[in-house]
Design a protein around this ligand. Sequence first.
Ligand SMILES: Cc1cc2nc3c(=O)[nH]c(=O)nc-3n(C[C@H](O)[C@H](O)[C@H](O)COP(=O)(O)OP(=O)(O)OC[C@H]3O[C@@H](n4cnc5c(N)ncnc54)[C@H](O)[C@@H]3O)c2cc1C
Length: 666
Amino acid sequence: MPDGLDNQRTSAHPPAVKAAASYLVDSRELSFFLWELFEIDKEFLGRAPFGDLDRSAIERQLVDARSFAAKLASCNAEADRNGAHLAPDGSVVIPGAYRELWDEWQRDWQWLRHSAAQDRPGRVPPIVTQILFELFLGANASFTTYGGFTLSAVRLLQRHATDRQKQLLLGPLLSERWDATFCATEAQAGSDLSAVETSGEPIGGDVYSIAGHKKYITAGMHPLTENTIYLVVGRLKGASSNPFKLSCFLVPRYWLEADGSLGPNNVECVHVEDKMGFNGCANTHLVFGGRGATRGFLLGNRPHIALLQLDLLMKAARAASGQIGVAMASSAYLHSVRYARSRVQGRRFTESSNAAAPRVAIIEHADVQRMLLEMKAKVEGCRGLVGKAAFHASKALQLLAQQPVDDSALNRHVKMALLYTPIIKAYGSDEAWRVATLALQVHGGAGYLRDRPLEQYARDIKVLSIWEGTNYVQSQDLLRDKLGFGRQSLLMRYFESDLRGFLSRRDEFPPFAGEFSALSAALDELLGTLDRVRQLADAGRFLEISQFCTRFLEMFGEVILGWVLMEAGCIAAKRLAALPAGDADRPFYEGKVKTARFFIYNILPGVAAKAEILRHCDHSFIEVDEAEFGFTGDAADAVPAPPAAATPRCSENDGAGGAAVNRGGA
Ligand SMILES: Cc1cc2nc3c(=O)[nH]c(=O)nc-3n(C[C@H](O)[C@H](O)[C@H](O)COP(=O)(O)OP(=O)(O)OC[C@H]3O[C@@H](n4cnc5c(N)ncnc54)[C@H](O)[C@@H]3O)c2cc1C
């Protein structure tokens, strides 16, 4: 059955609510990020490979991106309420508005997704792509999942595929006539991919028969493209359960027949997940080979190296997760500022018992200011964290365009972008969730209602800490794989030298002397903690380390945010010194200074607190026995569901019985 577009709301879905207020963007903030914080005109524009770009070209792209983002945002709430689903005929139905948006995306923006994969004029530095994409991700993150793995698939094929695989698959993927999705998870294989059971068996030539189930697959089936290439993690039939024996299969949804036509390939969607958020995205349970042979290719004809081959794809997806978090958290913050300015409640703290004092907007209450400043610091800080990685990626492209290539500088920039990736994914998503919950709190009861976008942001954001490897997996990646438990911490030395470079400018900013000291002390705590981890590793005490990975990643995130917010604060202090009193830009820069100070004195002390926890190295979490969590879960604890006939009806519309129950209770 062909998949469909939901142009009508059906009774199977809750009635549409009033469209939530639209996506909010702070253009001044984005402009500060590009032109003042990262100084992209000085660093990148007008120089290879970005030679044909100037400031006005980027400004135009931003204006165009904003207007496309407005279109995306206009159906974000409705796509949430009337999400993707499986129709009775087995086809996957996605929000109807996505067709037109997809066509526009293809026409006007597809080049952006691919500009990084190809050497072409108009190529933009990744740091600009970050901001353009932020607009799309914040406006309608579900929409952006369609085709979200296509660029990574292109890179994967360019790097690892055989000539025949490239010849068959690359062209349609590059033009986005086809898309790609990533299929790793199975019911029994989530974080633990060594439990993957999907198999591939050679059936002649370079073709394999693929059999298995894949769960949760993002944008796994939809009507937007002619064909989809599934990047399936499986194992050759008979291969052991060793995680290093996993292979990557390229499985087309429709098989490429010899005459160039597309034929059936027995890929079925048996279920579309009913989720908490990202409802416009079809998360599909796919079956390969259930109703006849599903054919596929083994990537590069090389077995057992899926995890190595897919490494780049997973890193890109992890960085994107943090970016989605920043994008939605930013809008949640801006909604909160707007609401707090308009909601009048209570009198100033100092005049709370003076009945004659005027009531004030809640933005004047200290606790609301605390929440707003935390949100502002986390949003701007996490955008800066993503920016650090994007800056290194932009520098790497710049170095590659020069002859001869400076390999050592290139290597350093590439490595630094990699170091930041797990922090962007985990810290970025956790803090986006925190910002979303603060936004709800600032709105009070109004935030809990569905006619505002806050609750959707919270529901959409939550998955970011779960998918693409849970945040615990990211923290292990950081501490074990990137930093070698402190034993081969070349990346930490690079990081330390970059941050110390900034700290050495302390004398330029005397009013920030205290803040510079606090940031320097936090860096020392981070380095001291890594050294403590090294000592534990040398002593073979890995169980203790494993319990500390998450907190180490948080410490690292906090130090980086302290750094980027202080950089912004210092730039702002310089601008303020030159601006006349009453200049319209003064509040913007004053806000930057106060945000940096707030973070340094209210959030950064968490670094020392976590360092102290590791120094103390409490063993309760290692020693606690499974039974000591309480709750035996036996029959005596369970509250059994009543027999169906005795189940009370909950709505008067459900029938006479329900009405009687409700009225009886009233
Ligand atoms: C909306 C959505 C979209 C998704 N899209 C895709 C997709 O496109 N493709 C795809 O392949 N998958 C996808 N997934 C699956 C996702 O990647 C998995 O849910 C994720 O990897 C976690 O696996 P799990 O759900 O089985 O959780 P589990 O692995 O069961 O983890 C449960 C908890 O236990 C912890 N845990 C597990 N193992 C360990 C350990 N060894 N040590 C310490 N803690 C541990 C985890 O950190 C977590 O807190 C998606 C999931 C969702 C919800």
